[in-house]
Design a protein around this ligand. Structure first.
Ligand code: NAD
Ligand code: MG
Length: 400
């Protein structure tokens, strides 16, 4: 039996992971479930999956959860805060860690899982975008296993040579074709983009996901972060990655080889496939996902991304080419911008404007320690918050 800890169990990826695990109850034991504040969902998950530990990042939420669990005479031990998260990933009983916290908040516990030499199922792309080389070095040093959950990276992993050497050129790989749906605003007139609402941005045509990644998909910052993620995961340069808009989301990405072969992985847009793949790897197991019916799909379309419509993609390429802490700066600015857009303080087109502004204000430095990365993350957030204040004052004035 493998011991499983899920960081972010109350979220979209967390829920899909528990769904797959429930189909294989005899093979996995839930060691710990973790969340930020959602006590109700965590309580329900504790009742169903009976984890040894439940961790709430928020201390008040942990107190409430503990009270509710005691009333039910549950044996689950409740912990809180970043110490709780870092403790449960490193327990001897934990074999696999699903890293599915959203945003920079996932960096420390995911890094702790690497340092404890666990199998990491990585959904939390922001953690890798921020820590890049540091994270990959820790994985190697501590003999951890890193398996991508992001559907595109999981597809690439499946299409790469079995023992790829983290150097595309010697593996015969010439290009990675990273597919993107284009999100809900692929065909909207560019002039209307400043008017779109959070509800429209979160209504993704193919995937059901958390709100932050849904907005990132609409702005294509998600694809930009995925370009950076792919550079680190597969040890390749950004020049080797071509983003391809593929509105049906059936091909999840492709790898082109020097002999002209292009390998693709296809499947339903359902995260339970990459989750089951990474859990069972190198074997295969059932995921509960509906079979792909090519006769129903009939057409697969492809187009080049329009960088005028999606400036976030350009910014991400710029950040990874600059290197150092530039991807952290971009990631933090984007997180602040997305939250401000969801809170209706700024408009959708302010997201790239704000990210570009902050990226231009801070000089990239060495990203060789957790401290330096966190420092830059904080600086970037401060600048981004100031910019949000300016933008929202402007917006209020315009409305008067
Ligand atoms: P979500 O918003 O649905 O869930 C986020 C989870 O993280 C929740 O359990 C929440 O409680 C927890 N969390 C939030 N803030 C926290 C904090 N400060 N401290 C501790 N825990 C915190 O998000 P999601 O859609 O499941 O995405 C999770 C990650 O997976 C993201 O990095 C996203 O980019 C990536 N991802 C998601 C999908 C998808 O289909 N949803 C696909 C690919 C990659
Ligand atoms: Mg993805």
């Amino acid at each position: 039996m493998k011991g499983m800890t899920i960081l972010g169990s109350t979220g979209s990826i967390g829920g899909s992971t528990l769904d797959v695990l429930a189909q294989h109850a005899g093979e996995y034991r839930i060691v710990a479930l973790t969340a930020n504040q959602n006590v109700d969902r965590m309580l329900a998950q504790c009742q169903q999956f009976k984890p040894t530990y439940a961790v709430m990042m928020d201390a008040d939420a942990a107190t409430k959860l503990d009270y509710q669990l005691q009333k039910l005479s549950s044996e689950t031990v409740v912990l809180s805060g970043i110490e709780g998260l870092c403790k449960v990933v490193a327990l001897d009983e934990t074999d696999y860690v699903m890293a599915a916290i959203v945003g920079a908040a996932g960096l420390q516990p995911t890094l702790a899982a690497a340092r404890a030499g666990k199998r990491i199922l990585l959904a939390n792309k922001e953690a890798l975008v921020m820590s890049g080389k540091l994270f990959m070095d820790e994985v190697k040093r501590h003999n951890a296993e890193l398996l991508p959950i992001d559907s595109e990276h999981n597809a690439i992993f499946q299409c790469m040579p079995a023992e790829f050497a983290h150097d595309g050129r010697t593996d015969g790989v010439t290009k990675i074709l990273l597919t993107a749906s284009g999100g809900p605003f692929r065909t909207l007139p560019v002039a209307d983009l400043n008017m779109v609402t959070p509800e429209q941005a979160c209504a993704h045509p193919n995937w059901v996901m958390g709100r932050k990644i849904s907005v990132d998909s609409a702005s294509m910052m998600n694809k930009g972060l995925e370009v950076i993620e792919a550079c680190w995961l597969f040890g390749i340069s950004p020049e080797m990655i071509q983003v391809v808009i593929h509105p049906q989301s059936v091909i999840h990405s492709m790898v082109e080889y020097t002999d002209g072969s292009v390998l693709a992985q296809l499947g339903q847009p359902d995260m339970r496939t990459p989750i089951a793949h990474a859990l069972a790897w190198p074997k295969r197991m059932r995921s509960g996902v509906e079979r792909l019916d090519l006769f129903k799909i009939r057409h697969l379309d492809f187009e080049a991304p329009d960088l005028q419509r999606f400036p976030c993609l350009r910014l991400a390429y710029e950040a990874i080419r600059t290197g150092g802490t530039a991807p952290s700066i971009l990631n933090a600015a984007n997180e602040v911008a997305v939250q401000a857009f969801l809170d209706r303080l700024i408009c959708f087109t302010d997201i790239p404007a704000l990210s570009e502004h902050v990226l231009g204000q801070l000089v990239s430095s060495n990203a060789d320690s957790l401290d330096s990365i966190i420092r830059v993350d904080n600086q970037s957030r401060e600048l981004a918050q100031e910019y949000v204040k300016r933008l929202s004052t402007r917006q209020r004035r315009q409305m008067q």
